[in-house]
Design a binder for this molecule. Structure first.
Ligand SMILES: [Zn+2]
Length: 177
């Protein structure tokens, strides 16, 4: 990291991907329904249904760069976290090669759930989602990713993006010291 060019690339690609003012894009190839990004009442940009989505349907794949815990820890310094934990020591960084699913905000009463299979993540609808609704899933943050306060506004809001009970599969080795 002593090399200046490497540091510049790290800041551009990892710390500040994209620019704050431009509407983030969604890769239609990763979506099973029409989705669009828009300003979210919860946090910055969000992902919204541009058409109604029935219950229990695949909505969008969460894509990105597959990284290990050490690299995840290094990238955890970003102001916007796009890390999705797929296993005890595996993460997907949606900031790099992300489908647009990385803009789905956390909600304590989500309308999506994440299905992880062979390291791939699919966001699936928990109920019918109306056109114009913001898509949300429960981040259940853990495994070395810093906790964040939740302001989702749901009546059952936990006030945190951590799960109510810790994940029993949690790998202590992946936690921060
Ligand atoms: Zn909440």
């Amino acid at each position: 990291m002593a090399d200046g060019a490497e540091l510049t690339a790290f800041v551009r690609e990892v710390v500040l991907p994209g620019s704050a003012g431009t509407r983030p894009r969604v890769n239609p190839e990763a979506c099973r329904f029409r989705l669009r990004t828009a300003r979210s009442p919860i946090h910055r940009w969000g992902l919204f249904a541009a058409e109604a989505i029935p219950a229990r349907r695949r909505v969008i794949e969460y894509t990105g760069q597959h990284i290990g815990p050490r690299e995840a820890l290094r990238r955890n310094i970003r102001p916007q976290i796009y890390l999705f934990r797929t296993g005890a020591r595996r993460y997907i960084d949606g900031a790099i090669g992300g489908s647009g699913a990385q803009y789905v905000n956390h909600g304590c009463q989500p309308n999506l759930t994440a299905r992880i299979r062979k390291g791939r993540v699919m966001l699936v609808s928990l109920r019918r989602i109306e056109r114009g609704e913001e898509l949300l899933y429960d981040y259940r943050l853990g495994g070395g990713i810093d906790d964040l306060p939740c302001r989702c506004g749901a009546p059952s809001c936990r006030g945190t993006m951590r799960p109510a009970r810790p994940d029993p599969r949690e790998d202590p080795a992946a936690r921060k010291p």
